[in-house]
Design a protein around this ligand. Structure first.
Ligand SMILES: [Zn+2]
Length: 95
């Protein structure tokens, strides 16, 4: 069982959390075109290595948590508040 360090609750089992998606995408400007919004909503990278993600602590405080997780090993490098800019390790695994 993996564990995630919730900034509000402390270390908890992964089963209390639900993955909610890529935290590295940013909403386009309101004047952006339809293609930009399509990409924002539907297009995602599928990286092998470090990835910044949204997780929701639905079995605990019900708050959003930002997590830097390695998609190949499931190692968690950092967790933080949604407003936090978390450091992402530069080393990536080879595809
Ligand atoms: Zn929590």
């Amino acid at each position: 069982m993996h564990q995630i360090d919730c900034p509000w609750c402390g270390v908890r089992d992964e089963a209390e959390f639900q993955y909610q998606g890529d935290a590295s995408v940013t909403r386009p400007d309101p004047d952006a075109g339809e293609d930009d919004f399509f990409s924002y909503v539907y297009v995602r990278d599928n990286p092998k290595g470090w990835h910044t993600e949204w997780w929701h602590h639905n079995g605990g405080c019900r708050q959003w948590v930002k997590v830097v997780r390695n998609t190949a090993t499931h190692e968690i490098h950092a967790t933080g508040l949604p407003r936090d800019g978390l450091p992402v390790p530069q080393a990536r695994l080879k595809p």
